[in-house]
Design a protein around this ligand. Structure first.
Ligand code: GDP
Length: 192
């Protein structure tokens, strides 16, 4: 069965999406960040949904754990690349830019590193820009375009069909995410 992988920093809304896709009420939303270090797999009808632990800096968590989480995700993607139909990367539209600005001169921000890595492995991405409700309507395009530029894609953002602005808390964007997943899973099955 093809795999659909979900990655993202802690607190971006990863559990919210996993819960919506699996319908599994045991998936806990809004838990203390960094609690799950495990890779969870859910057998769905047409694919296996793989929920990765949240990566990146978490207050009070040692840097070694952050590194280990990242290494585990990278290793999983490398070892399973040929079985992965798509990788859904979730970012928080509002804090993405702040975090990137803060770190860009010191190191490559982990979200950008992860996106580059997924592309290098030739895994087709779905980029969910979540928490759009926290961004003013008249700033949305500007922010989505800067996100594009940071990820080395030219604006305007809407030419990239795999970028999905979302408000998962309200279920907005979910249909488009499902549509893209199904398309990727179908293409993947044909290629096998
Ligand atoms: P995870 O740590 O990435 O698994 O994130 P969760 O799914 O647990 O969500 C973290 C927090 O963000 C929770 O309090 C959610 O209710 C909240 N959240 C999820 N989606 C949205 C959204 O679209 N907008 C806003 N404002 N908050 C959201």
């Amino acid at each position: 069965k093809p795999k659909v992988v979900v990655v993202g920093r802690s607190n971006v809304g990863k559990s919210t999406l996993v819960r919506l896709l699996t319908g599994d009420k045991r998936v806990r939303v809004g838990k203390r960040p960094g609690v799950t270090l495990r890779i969870n797999e859910y057998e769905l009808k047409n694919y296996t949904l793989v929920d990765m632990p949240g990566f990146g800096f978490i207050k009070g968590r040692p840097k070694e754990i952050e590194e280990r989480v990242k290494d585990n995700i990278v290793r999983y993607l490398e070892e399973n690349a040929d079985q992965i139909a798509t990788a859904i990367q979730i970012i928080d539209g509002k804090s993405f830019i702040e975090i990137v600005e803060r770190w860009k001169d010191k190191e490559i921000p982990i979200d950008i590193e992860m996106f580059d890595f997924i592309t290098e492995l030739k895994i087709s991405p779905i980029l969910v820009v979540n928490k759009m409700d926290k961004i003013k309507k008249n700033e949305r395009d500007k922010i989505l375009n800067s996100i594009c530029e940071y990820l080395k894609m030219s604006p305007p953002w809407h030419q990239w069909k795999f970028i999905v602005p979302a408000c998962l808390k309200k279920g907005e964007g979910l249909d488009e995410i499902k549509r893209l997943i199904n398309k990727r899973v179908e293409v993947f099955k044909k290629l096998k």
